[in-house]
Write a protein that binds this ligand. Structure first.
Ligand code: NBP
Length: 492
């Protein structure tokens, strides 16, 4: 340990001043979060399993604020004021349980343990229940914005008890991103609600990224535009209703040239999208809850498909429409149509995500304010966007609305996008450019607004082969037709 770190380690051992908050786990996220607390004037106890990371933090950034480094978990815990506020920022899964197991015997009732990692919300529910037995508060908190957000102001989604938020909330709100003076942090709901909302946030992020990627692909392969030109189009979109972090960075990525080859950067990157798993969790959970998040599912599947190298190689060269381009007149108007299709499809993806949040809240008895979620996503996180103000207004007007799509703003936008959205989806099919996000969003929309669905026929099939019964439109009860007999109908 360096002299500076040693001095600070001694000062806390000498019980001069206790830390306001502690961070254990000092890889990129934990280190930056600790620095963020310190830059806001908090005295921060810092600890990491491998002490070298603690020393590095104090050596490199000790001048930014008041850090109390600790080599052992015991000293780390002893250096905190009570009730203790400890943020765990370690690899999600078994490491989180290992750290909790080490901390719990050292803590006192009323202390608050925060897991800021990307935990599955069911793990968070389990941990919250276990720590409650010890009189401890366990807060599973979504933290979005990556390493830059952690340092400069993330979007923070804490779950746990209302009491824990009274102890913790002011600290978290002070380090969170702010938009129009409002912190991007609020109490989401009990036990796993914070991690649930963070999971759906990530799922929406997948869908948003996929839709943007499809828009790029259509402009490139349909309208024949080059990445630099498409970057300009995205820059223009970022000045309008699509203004968002993701559109902004897309224009920057598309404008970038690879220094080594002089080619557009996007052309030298391997086209196999990776994933860490929160998108998959969102879809798995949606399946359990029976919520059709088709936009998020398409995005997860599109990443999986991109990575199935052997399959793609085997299918390469299968017949398609051939090298087909839009004629120049159509190409001129295409970018505007793609913008309409993107906005409409994005509305659907967000509407589905918010529906999943409402379904999760109903299932797990959380009181989640959907408008407040839109508010805390306006800054700090990857899906920050102007559009979220519209979502907030929609829920302010009717917090119980079954779908965002019926809000006046969204309805008008959907009406305005009708022709362009359908044309973009049909053009994609004609040109042989895959646009699963756009197409599934349109299909979801059409299914939702349809007065009748072919589900009636599915019910008939189910009754035919499995006597699963069906309900009728004209009277209550369950019915079965004797398909193998005289086809009379029985009430079951
Ligand atoms: P990592 O996810 O790479 O985890 C590394 C940290 O976990 C190190 O401090 C390491 O200690 C510690 N650790 C491990 Br691994 N096993 C441990 C154990 N058994 N006991 C104690 N500590 C252990 O760090 P990160 O990328 O900073 O992410 C931290 C959390 O934040 C993760 O849950 C991640 O999913 C989440 N998150 C990350 C981002 C991002 O952009 N990176 C964004 C949002 C959320 P060591 O130094 O001794 O090995």
């Amino acid at each position: 340990m360096t002299e500076q770190a040693q001095q600070q380690d001694h000062s806390q051992a000498g019980e001069q001043a206790h830390a306001h908050v502690g961070v254990t786990g000092l890889a990129v996220m934990g280190r930056n979060l600790a620095r963020n607390f310190a830059r806001h004037g908090y005295r921060v106890a810092v600890h990491n399993r491998t002490a070298a990371r603690t020393t590095e933090l104090v050596d490199e950034f000790g001048h930014e604020g008041d850090f109390l480094p600790a080599k052992s978990t015991e000293r780390f815990v002893a250096s905190l004021e009570r009730p203790r506020r400890i943020v765990i920022m370690v690899k999600a899964g078994a490491p989180t349980d290992a750290v909790i197991d080490e901390l719990v015997p050292l803590l006192d009732p009323g202390d608050v343990v925060v897991d800021g990692g990307n935990a599955h919300f069911l793990d968070t529910r389990r941990r919250e229940a276990a720590l409650r037995e010890h009189g401890l508060h366990f807060v599973g908190s979504g933290i979005s914005g990556g390493e830059e957000g952690a340092l400069l102001g993330p979007s923070i989604m804490p779950g746990g008890s209302a009491e824990s938020y009274r102890v913790l909330g002011p600290l978290l709100e002070s380090i969170a991103a702010r938009v129009d003076g409002v912190p991007c942090c609020t109490h989401v709901g009990a036990d796993g609600a914070g991690h649930f909302v963070k999971m759906v946030h990530n799922g929406i992020e997948y869908a948003d990224m996929q839709l943007i990627a499809e828009a790029y692909d259509l402009l490139r392969r349909g309208a024949g535009m080059q990445p630099g030109e498409i970057a300009q189009v995205f820059r223009g979109w970022n000045a309008g209703r699509l203004e968002s972090y993701l559109i902004e960075i897309t224009s920057k990525v598309l404008a970038h040239t690879d220094a080594e080859t002089g080619k557009p950067f996007v052309d030298v990157v391997l086209d196999q999208a990776e994933q860490k798993g929160t998108g998959r969790w969102t879809v798995q959970t949606a399946l359990e809850l029976g919520v059709p998040v088709s936009g998020i599912a398409e995005a997860v599947f599109a990443r999986s498909l991109s990575g199935t190298v052997a399959l793609r190689e085997a299918a390469h060269g299968l017949p398609g429409p051939g090298e087909t381009w839009l004629d120049s007149a159509a190409a001129d108007t295409f970018a505007g149509e793609v913008e309409q299709a993107l906005y409409a499809s994005k509305m659907v993806a967000y509407a589905q995500g918010f529906q999943q949040i409402q379904a999760g809240a109903a299932e797990y008895e959380w009181r989640i304010d959907p408008g407040a979620m839109a508010t805390i996503w306006r800054g700090g996180c990857i899906i920050r966007a102007r559009f979220l103000d519209r979502i907030k207004s929609a829920y302010d007007a009717d917090p119980e609305r079954p779908t965002l799509l019926t809000d006046a703003h969204f309805r008008d936008a959907l009406e305005g996008a009708q022709f362009a959205w359908r044309r973009v989806v049909s053009t994609a099919a004609q040109l042989g450019v895959p646009a699963p996000g756009f197409a599934s969003a349109l299909a979801y929309y059409d299914a939702l607004r349809a007065p009748r669905l072919p589900a009636a026929l599915v019910q008939g099939q189910r009754d035919y082969f499995g006597a699963h019964t069906y309900r009728r439109v004209d009277r209550p009860g369950s019915f079965h037709t004797l398909w193998g007999g005289d086809r009379t109908e029985e009430q079951r």
